[in-house]
Each structure stands twice: as structure tokens, then as C-alpha cells.
Design a protein around this ligand. Structure first.
Ligand SMILES: O=P(O)(O)OC[C@H]1O[C@H](OP(=O)(O)OP(=O)(O)O)[C@H](O)[C@@H]1O
Ligand SMILES: Nc1ncnc2[nH]cnc12
Length: 178
């Protein structure tokens, strides 16, 4: 499936969750079997070429694609969670969003020392979430040099921010003029 065909399956909802935000909604993409299959397959190719030994995904939308990529590559999946969800002692990090701020947490035991982890998420906007996830995974001992997204919003500078954070950005489609 081409990038334009994938892009055509993504719905844009204006003014959600706040006025002025063009929300790029993957509900329509994941509701389409061939579209979901193509997106997961293309993300898996990127992760395989990056030498992934495990896949990490951020709650919630990153779980959809990240877990599917992990299954495709027969790798383990590291859940990067919103606060208070993991039943063990976690390590966490605060980060800024396009609309607000949040916190991510992981179980440090879910990461192998020196393990090469590729971060997978539906979308990169400011790059705050992905950079926070990379920092957290590294703190637990992982090597994080690549991140793969279905959607890049280039106007928000996330790809550049994540490169600054030490990880290369790979995206299947982009929406300029967020
Ligand atoms: O590049 P950034 O500016 O950090 O934004 C991108 C993040 O925002 C969205 O998640 P959100 O926090 O809205 O949570 P959700 O997956 O639970 O909807 C999206 O799924 C990314 O994880
Ligand atoms: N514009 C946007 N659309 C969908 N998810 C997002 N996460 C951050 N910005 C977003």
C-alpha cells in the first residue's frame, strides 16, 4: 500500500481535543484490515532494518502498532505506560505534549541491559512523548537509536527534536500544515 493510500485512511478531525488542533485520527486506518496490515508490515520492516531486539510502544495508541510489530518480528514488547498503571516499582519521566503534559513509566526489569529497542507509536508531533520514552528506556539500560511512526507532523518539529534526543525518526506518512 502506498503512503498516499495509507494517508487516505487517516481521518482528520478539526479542533480536537482543543481549538486549532487538527487531530489525525488512526481509528479509520486501524478499522481497515488491509490498511492496518500494511501499516504494521511497513513499521516492522523499519524495525527489522534497525536491528530491533525488542519493541517499545507508548500507551495507548502506541500499544496498537507496537505490539503488532513485536508479534510480526517475534520480539518482546515493552509497554511504556501512563502513570499509576504498573503494579511494581517503576521509573518515570514527565514530558510536554502538543496539548498539555503527562508522565510515562516503565518497569525497569522489562528492559535488557544493552538491548536494542525500537520505539513505535502512531504519531510524532512535538517529539516530547518519544523523547521521554527513549530517555526512560535508556535509563533502564536499553540502546534506543530508532523510532518508527505511522504519522509525522513535520510542522511541529518532532523529528528534529527526536534526532536531538539521539534517535532517528522513520514515518510512513506526513501531514504538513498541522
Ligand atoms: O510528539 P508528541 O507531541 O509528544 O505527541 C505524540 C503523542 O501524542 C499522542 O498520544 P496521547 O498522549 O494523546 O495519548 P493516547 O495515545 O492515549 O491517545 C500520540 O499517540 C503520541 O504518543
Ligand atoms: N494533531 C494530533 N493528532 C493526533 N494525535 C496527536 N497527538 C499529538 N498531536 C496530535
Amino acid at each position: 500500500m502506498t503512503a498516499d493510500e495509507l494517508k487516505g485512511l487517516i481521518r482528520t478531525v478539526p479542533d480536537f481535543p482543543a481549538r486549532g488542533i487538527q487531530f489525525r485520527d488512526i481509528t479509520t486506518l486501524i478499522g481497515n484490515g488491509p490498511g492496518l496490515r500494511a501499516a504494521v508490515g511497513q513499521l516492522a520492516c523499519i524495525a527489522r532494518e534497525a536491528g530491533a531486539e525488542a519493541i517499545a510502544g507508548m500507551e495507548a495508541r502506541g500499544f496498537i502498532f507496537g505490539a503488532a510489530v513485536a508479534v510480526e518480528l517475534q520480539l518482546g514488547f515493552v509497554p511504556v505506560r501512563k502513570p499509576g498503571k504498573l503494579p511494581v516499582e517503576t521509573i518515570g519521566i514527565e514530558y510536554a505534549l502538543e496539548y498539555g503534559s503527562d508522565r510515562l513509566e516503565i518497569d525497569p526489569a522489562s528492559v535488557g541491559q544493552g538491548q536494542r529497542i525500537v520505539v513505535v507509536d502512531d504519531l510524532i508531533a512535538t517529539g516530547g512523548t518519544a523523547c521521554a520514552a527513549a530517555q526512560l528506556l535508556r535509563k533502564a539500560g536499553a540502546v534506543v537509536e530508532d523510532a518508527a511512526f505511522v504519522i509525522d507532523l513535520p510542522d511541529l518539529g518532532g523529528a528534529a527534536a527526536l534526532r536531538e534526543c539521539g534517535a532517528a525518526v522513520h514515518a510512513l506518512v506526513d501531514f504538513a500544515g498541522h
